[in-house]
Write a new protein. Structure first.
Lengths: 208, 357
């Protein structure tokens, strides 16, 4: 069972991770994009940390929706609508809830993933966030189906996300600005897959 | 790197503040969310046209707001797509009830933020259509990439569609016209140097003293290929032929279907240019290239067009869609007909475009 406090910790911790990894994410983006992923994500999550205290007494859905709307209006670029949509779709699953069962947590991540796929029109192996998120959701689902605990499931999800992130290195980008590089995008890890992996890793650490 | 700025974080806001005090007769500026809008907005019985992309391409779009062109421009951070709240608030102010056209460049960030903006505006009862500009022939296929980028044709579409709005075309007619301009426009760009965003402070890519980047977009992203430096005539010929010899281009774009009330994929095909066509020839500077060099390019371009049987009926030479201080240029050829010529010639009064008034 996941309590509201852990969701708030997740957002707080991810804000700190993004601030810490800002330059790293920007460097990854400089190689195949336009060198702003860390800067934009950090601007958005700094604003989230300002807004979060105003809704911590509300339900998880409201909290995640606040994260979403804040990201949508402050991040810009492609990450703004994509992470904004992830949290928006996730918030709908958590509406009115003060805690989440493991099954609900999977549904929440699944809804976020589907939102990102629709908005970004991306599929697996396009060298995007999907490459970390999609295998993570599958692994989490599979683990719960095998009667593993929530923590074990999340650990599997994070492992799958990390593997998916690393698998983006040899891929040729087919979406976003990196796609214009064609074969020149090979050999670089996707910044969006990296931040998505960090998001799930932080979730695990906040639940543990 | 030296820049005439105060703080990197303040570049976008201070630019807007300067424009507000310089041109109060033409524009007003709204902060948080940031957008520039016509001083006399909303204009009764007129469709409003809203555009804007990342900052760093000035005078597009900030300098294109005013009579006969855009009703509002929404500048994002430098090279970062603007956010939906900007386009939503801008639409609320400039919409007269005749609807709003969002003119969108085909970059993934722009497309997604404008889709979300349209959804929000429609949920508030504003009629909105998004039309995408994707004219950059440097991008060959749309199957394995985001597809062609929106570059020079955006400038021409803003002018032509703005004139159509003044001429009281309705929203559907303007959407159709914008598609037509997009399908008739083709562009190709090159860079002699990289550009430097204020936030990063160093060049976005390394280009040797004797190298050029051919087939660039407008965000400092690397282009189609890197080549040894050539003469202006050789470079002009390469760019012009890439456009003139480009075959029909097929792609799928997502547009809002008002009847079904959902986003729908539509397939569009550009007809290639053919001998006997009339064109508008646009030679655009990337920000760091002096005007004489652009005329050197134009001179050669005119010669090539004549040889290929293309009749230049209108032209535009200058830096209108830039990439900060990048040295380089782009060429856009827009196939013209009587309707487009009439709308191009119609009066306009913005900070950067002013004629016929």
């Amino acid at each position: 069972m996941l309590e509201k406090k852990q969701i708030i910790d997740w957002i707080d911790n991810f804000t700190a991770v993004i601030a810490e990894k800002k330059d790293y994410l920007t460097e990854l983006d400089a190689a195949i994009g336009d060198a702003d992923h860390g800067i934009n994500m950090n601007r958005g999550f700094q604003k989230v940390s300002e807004k979060l205290p105003t809704v911590i007494d509300r339900d998880i859905g409201t909290i995640l929706k606040t994260v979403s709307m804040t990201l949508i209006s402050t991040v810009g670029g492609a990450s703004g609508p994509l992470y904004g949509t992830f949290f928006l779709k996730a918030s709908a699953v958590a509406a009115q809830k003060e805690e989440l069962t493991p099954e609900e947590l999977v549904q929440l991540l699944q809804a976020g993933l589907e939102g990102v796929m629709y908005r970004g029109k991306a599929q697996l192996e396009d060298k995007t966030m999907i490459d970390a998120l999609s295998p993570a959701v599958d692994a989490f689902k599979q683990s719960l189906a095998n009667n593993n605990s929530e923590l074990e499931g999340l650990q599997k999800a994070v492992d799958a996300a990390e593997e998916g992130m690393k698998k983006t290195i040899p891929l040729i980008a087919r979406k976003g600005r990196a796609s214009y590089l064609g074969e020149r995008s090979m050999g670089h890890q996707d910044p969006g897959a990296t931040s998505s992996y960090l998001m799930l890793k932080t979730l695990l650490e906040s639940v543990r | 790197m030296k820049k005439l700025i105060n703080n990197p974080e303040d570049v976008v806001r201070e630019n807007l503040a300067g424009m507000a005090v310089a041109h109060p007769d033409i524009i007003k500026v709204h902060f948080e969310p940031n957008f520039i809008y016509r001083a006399d907005a909303p204009i009764q019985d007129k469709v409003a046209i809203v555009s804007g992309s990342g900052s760093g391409h000035e005078p597009l779009y900030n300098g294109c707001v005013g009579y006969g062109m855009l009703d509002a421009a929404c500048p994002g951070e430098v090279f970062t797509a603007p956010t939906p709240d900007q386009m939503l608030e801008a639409a609320k102010i400039v919409n007269s009830g005749s609807g709003v056209l969002y003119l969108v460049n085909n970059y993934s960030g722009d497309v997604m933020n404008y889709e979300m903006a349209a959804e929000l505006a429609m949920s508030e009862g504003i009629r909105v259509l998004n039309i995408i500009i994707d004219d950059d022939v440097a991008v060959k296929d749309s199957l394995y990439t985001q597809g062609r980028r929106g570059v020079g044709t955006s400038v021409l579409a803003a002018k032509i569609c703005g004139a159509a709005a003044e001429a009281k075309y309705d929203l559907k007619q303007i959407a159709e016209l914008t598609r037509k301009v997009n399908l008739n426009g083709r562009s190709m760009g090159m860079a002699l140097t990289s550009c430097i965003t204020p936030q990063k402070g160093t060049p976005l890519f390394d280009l040797g003293d004797n190298e050029i980047e051919f087939g660039i977009g407008i965000h400092g992203e690397p282009g189609r290929e890197r080549l040894p430096l050539k003469t202006a005539d050789e470079i002009t010929e390469m760019m012009a032929l890439s456009i003139i010899e480009d075959s029909a281009y097929k792609r799928v774009l997502r547009e809002w279907d008002e009847d079904k009330e959902e986003w729908t994929d539509i397939e569009l095909i550009d007809p290639p240019l053919a001998s006997g066509d009339s064109v508008l020839a646009f030679v655009n500077g990337m920000g760091g290239t002096p005007l004489p060099e652009l005329y050197i390019v134009y001179r050669k371009l005119a010669e090539i067009c004549e040889k290929k049987g293309l009749k230049i009926v209108r032209n535009l030479v200058g830096s209108y869609i830039t990439s900060l201080e990048m040295q380089g240029c782009s060429i856009t050829l827009l196939k013209m007909d009587d309707e487009l010529i009439k709308l191009w010639d119609a009066p306009v009064n913005t900070v950067s475009f002013r004629w016929g008034m």
